[in-house]
Design a protein around this ligand. Structure first.
Ligand code: PMP
Length: 443
């Protein structure tokens, strides 16, 4: 290898070079095989090296690698939009393509602002997000997120975004409070924020349907999202659901919010949409949002060079077709149930595992110093990082997270296996993870 010029995530450590992927395995330049139990960051929904997707990419690259959306549309973009519209619930049926989840958040926020402008309501510019949430790392998306450590260095550069409470039962429900009652209480914090800001000034509320990276696979309790939907309707606030991590089938339905019977005005997608085969994200909006713009100025005042990239769209189209043809949404549900059972059997009574949670194949366990009091480990111990390193040394890839409780303390481990994971692979994941937890946890 020649001199180093790449700025890695850490300036002190160069990660091993990955050279190949095969199903659930990533293989490095020394021939070591890693079981990819997290798809990087819940990306690789079909595992690695899927022939159908690779062939679709090769075919589109050979036909037409790129055109700019200012001049042309393409078949893969039109077809992918139709597939997404078909898979999405309610009247979510217009799609804007981006190259990442963060860009989808940015576009969704601009779309929300423009929607209100086109209605002649220029006062609405304020965004409400939730504490312990993540919507991306570009400045607008970072501002609209509630991840303290990610925001801190850039705080002076961020637009003002109000933060409502998360819906995180394990941590924030009172003892004896029913899930239902807690969900209503959590949703009511949104209404308080709307009242505080002035209902006529709020343009959108943005939330992850299932919280991913910041809190570790936290699904909303029953009734919470319905109440949020009602509150948004009551105040003319658009509901943006971030399905970048939990959408595209990761929880067993195309959008995770389908399981809550709630349809947002705008949904964002990324990660599993293209399964990592190409960088692609999307914003899906309802007919009402689209029609408002069509009746008004007739154009979204936004655009980036790689919007609706033909090869990206062809890859995502192939990924979604494989999911449909192989019945993988059903497999997500079955495999998710199986993985949860295996985790419950192995870690359910572990004194340092406080909670096992999630939906479909987006699952997590939260590590605690004391199961009875739910006290987290001292953040100095960086238990989630220890877990990642130990697992890595055993050939297991997991997605760790810190700051689970309040943005500073708390540790969780996120698992996001491919939708076509086998039962044997699930057993292997839990076995290796068990070895890691035995090695790093005190009891
Ligand atoms: N939203 C959510 C819920 C995410 O998990 C992520 C990525 N972790 C993003 C947005 C941003 O996506 P990207 O990293 O592709 O910009």
């Amino acid at each position: 290898m020649t001199a180093e010029h790449i700025l890695h995530r850490s300036t002190s450590a160069r990660p091993p070079a990955a050279v190949r992927g095969e199903g659930i395995y990533v293989i490095d330049s020394d021939g070591r095989r890693y079981v990819d139990a997290c798809g990087g960051a819940a990306v690789s929904c079909l595992g690695h090296g899927n022939r159908t997707v690779i062939d679709a990419i090769a075919e589109q690259s050979a036909k037409l690698e790129f055109v700019h959306t200012g001049f042309f549309t393409t078949d893969p973009a039109e077809e992918l939009a139709a597939v997404i519209a078909d898979l999405c619930p309610g009247s979510l049926d217009r799609v804007w393509f981006t190259s990442s989840g963060s860009e989808a958040t940015e576009a969704a926020l601009k779309l929300a602002r423009q929607y209100h402008l086109e209605r002649g309501d220029s006062r609405r510019s304020k965004v409400i997000a939730r504490r312990l949430s993540y919507h991306g790392n570009t400045l607008g998306a970072l501002a609209a997120g509630g991840s303290i450590w990610r925001r801190k260095p850039y705080e002076p550069l961020l637009i003002d975004v109000a933060l409502a409470d998360p819906c995180f039962k394990y941590r924030f429900a009172e003892t004896g409070e029913s899930a239902e009652a807690y969900g209503q209480r959590a949703a009511d914090s949104l209404e308080r924020e709307i009242q505080r800001l002035g209902p006529d000034t709020v343009m959108a509320f943005i939330a992850e349907t299932v919280v991913g990276a910041t809190a570790g696979a936290v699904p909303p309790v029953a009734g919470y999202l319905q109440r949020v939907r009602e509150i948004c309707n009551r105040h003319g606030v658009l509901l943006i659901l971030d399905e970048v991590m939990c959408g595209s089938g990761r929880t067993g339905t195309f959008l995770s919010c389908e399981q809550n019977g709630v349809v947002p005005d705008i949904a964002t997608l990324g990660k599993g949409l293209g399964g990592g085969y190409q960088p692609i994200g999307a914003v899906v909006c309802t007919k009402d949002v689209y029609d408002t713009i069509a009746r008004g100025s007739g154009a979204l005042k936004h655009g980036q060079t790689y919007n609706a990239h033909p090869v990206g769209c062809a890859a995502a189209l192939a990924v979604q077709r494989v999911i449909g043809e192989e019945g993988l949404l059903n497999r997500v549900e079955v495999a998710g149930t199986r993985l949860r059972e295996l985790m419950a059997a192995r870690f359910g009574n572990h004194p340092n595992v406080g909670d096992i949670r999630g939906r479909g194949l987006l699952l997590a366990l939260e590590l605690v110093a004391d199961r009875g009091t739910k006290a987290p480990f001292d953040p100095q111990l960086a238990m989630h990082q220890r877990a990642k390193s130990d697992a890595f040394s055993r050939g297991l890839l997991i997605y760790p997270g810190g700051g689970t409780v309040d943005g500073r303390s708390g540790d969780h481990i996120l698992l996001a296996a491919p939708y076509n994971v086998t039962d044997n692979e699930l057993e292997m994941i839990v076995d290796l993870l068990g070895q890691t937890l035995d090695a790093i946890l005190p009891s």
